[in-house]
Design a protein around this ligand. Sequence first.
Ligand code: ADE
Length: 393
Amino acid sequence: MRLDYLTIFPEFLAPLRQSLTGKAADKGLIELHVHDLREWANDRHRTVDDAPFGGGAGMVMTPEPFGEAFDALGIDGATVVVPTPSGAPFSQALARELATRERLVFLCGRYEGIDQRVLDHAATRAEVVEVSLGDYVLNGGDVAAVAITEAVVRLLPGFVGNAESLVEESHEDGLLEYPVYTKPPVWRDRAVPPVLLSGDHAAIAAWRHAQRLARTAERRPDLRHVAAALDAGDLDVRPAQPADAEEVAVLQRACWLSEAVANSTLDIPALSEDADEVRRGFAQWQTWVVRSGGRLVGSVPARASPEIPGQWEIGRLMVAPDLQGRGIGRALLAYAEAAAPAGTRRLWINTGTRSAANLRRYRRAGYRARPGEGRFAGTVDLVKDVPGADAIS
Ligand code: ADE
């Protein structure tokens, strides 16, 4: 993975050369390129900011140095990451997503932010993601870029010897981590919980799991309901009712917004359908909705193809954006696949040509993209043959 940073404080990025990210660079797993944005400032004072049009406090970073840096470095096909308090919340799911990219270019803003045209222009050549570390304001994007880099780079294959240590940690499955202890067994009159010294691996695993649930419930009640439900295998999946249509219409918009961005089009029916249209869809597609803690968090429709005998079609598979990356989509896909009637020979699904994350997910689930344009403009069809059935030619 190649990582570029455009900053006016290159020294803020120096920690990346330390510790494990530094080792990853030494090993050739990542290439780090830190650039002083002022190199591309053309005036005598190497100015990179100016007063905002329309008035208001503070200064705005001017577009020219960024534009020249883009031209010099090339950003085509890269993922441009812009740390900003107005971005989408950073999460382990987003870190996992970014870890699949070949090149990340960080734009480290200062002052009141970066002229919007820089991002609009970058979006014509690259994928642009605006990311917030949390609901607080830092002095600039540099520290956030370091934090995002650490979270992403440690997920790269080959970064850590023990892949299990990645799976078993906070947020990987929506639960916080259990407390950990090491020698000595008693320290300042505090003993390590005896179960950890028992040698009983099943008891230790059970204790740790209980600790994770208790901690998550206490500290992050917002995470617990889905994690616990997934854990118990009892997400509440039911056939959609007409009364669910309003919530499905809202979920649909939330889910298809990223598709619109990825595919550079608003011409996506799912974005503009209202609840009545969604309700009519329920009549044509067998639809399931999934709830967690009462909230509708996902849905999936499926039907036997009216044109191709033996083809079971899976429609708009959706998971609420804040809950993606926890296995709900995988579970729903499996649910819709399992509902295929006897005699099904092929499973079919469709996604945007540039919806890289969906394409990866479906490939992982055994689907293969069919060459050429899919059923709708700008989409690709993916199919999976049912094992043991005659393939559809
Ligand atoms: N830049 C300033 N504040 C930030 C935040 N909370 N997250 C990411 N980048 C920022």
